[in-house]
Design a protein around this ligand. Sequence first.
Ligand SMILES: Nc1ncnc2c1ncn2[C@@H]1O[C@H](COP(=O)(O)OP(=O)(O)OP(=O)(O)O)[C@@H](O)[C@H]1O
Length: 385
Amino acid sequence: MSGGAASEGLVADVTTRRGDFALDVSLHVAPGETLAVLGPNGSGKTTLLQTIAGTLAVDRGAVHLAGRELGSAEPGRPRRHVGPEGRRVGLLGQQPLLFPHLSALDNVAFGPRAQGVGSTASRETARRWLARVGLAELASRRPLALSGGQRQRVALARTLAARPEVLLLDEPFTALDVESGPEMRALIAEHPWPVPIPILLVTHDPLDAIVLADRAAILHDGRIVQQGATAEVLGHPASPFVAALAGVNLVIGVIDADGDIVSGAASTGTASAASTGAGPVLRAAGAPPAPGTRVAAVFGPGAVHVAPTVPGEPAASVNSWTGTVAVLQPVPGGVRIGIAEHPRLFVDVPSAAAVSLDLSTGARLGFTIPATEVSVRALPAAVLR
Ligand SMILES: Nc1ncnc2c1ncn2[C@@H]1O[C@H](COP(=O)(O)OP(=O)(O)OP(=O)(O)O)[C@@H](O)[C@H]1O
């Protein structure tokens, strides 16, 4: 690729092989834009970052950053591979990896020093960056005298002091505690760098994607299976795979004559509807799509109300259903319930509610999802396979 989009931000249109695995992606991140990459273990997130950072060579295609070709393998042209040190790529991972024997200031000054900037100027730059991440007062401390969150902020300052042209964030919040995680998220959200750069955020957490990223790309087996505005991708996942990854419940169905969403019905005539299982009959707030429209309905596992069943109550009505607890799994702040009759749905209840419900496997419960919590979108015929 040359010219055009390649002169702006990060453009990767590559295949990279690793043993039997092949990463085959095409993505563009503009300066000032954040792209979240979500995917399960082994989907190729690290391989993607390494291809951009230059620790892995491209097997086909090319990586461009700010108009420079960093690596390419294209028919009829000699292969090209700029090493990691020549790329101006900043990488912040889970662990800050600071030099333990250097002060915070000297850790941050290391970047400009390594680029040949003099010691006084490097320390000046480092001081500025420490101030930007809120650590001006702690410049003389060594890493061991800093909290985990402070160390990660020093690591961010060190990365940025080297003036990268792209910032790669590889699960940068995962190792942080409940206090420093939100601080670090807020810092990244503020974009504390003077020049807009493209940011690629690898995360397992859909909320991080929603809060921090303009767009999201879902990686599965080395390929991007869905890409678009974050809210669109996570709020309207185009497959059960993406829905499960996004942490939302997805029900595929057809609008019936009453405007309700009926799932798993033979009338859809597709394997996909069958594979998602018959879900509860749902209704979203607002005017429904026309009868017969195939739709995806989405609701969050925490938006479902859970109550003991009441004798004599109907087993199911619109947005309500009864079910048997098949699985109980701890989640942060509560418990996730797997329902025997609807194995693809999950419901989260806070710890206090779990205790008062006296949850146990085999228990019968009533579930209700308010219509205002159901998001629905018509599906093109070919979306779900
Ligand atoms: N050095 C290697 N040689 C051969 N195959 C590898 C090597 N490293 C990783 N792989 C394979 O490449 C695939 C993608 O791995 P990668 O580490 O990119 O995934 P990931 O999405 O980052 O996973 P995780 O979330 O667990 O970090 C996996 O199938 C993995 O087994």
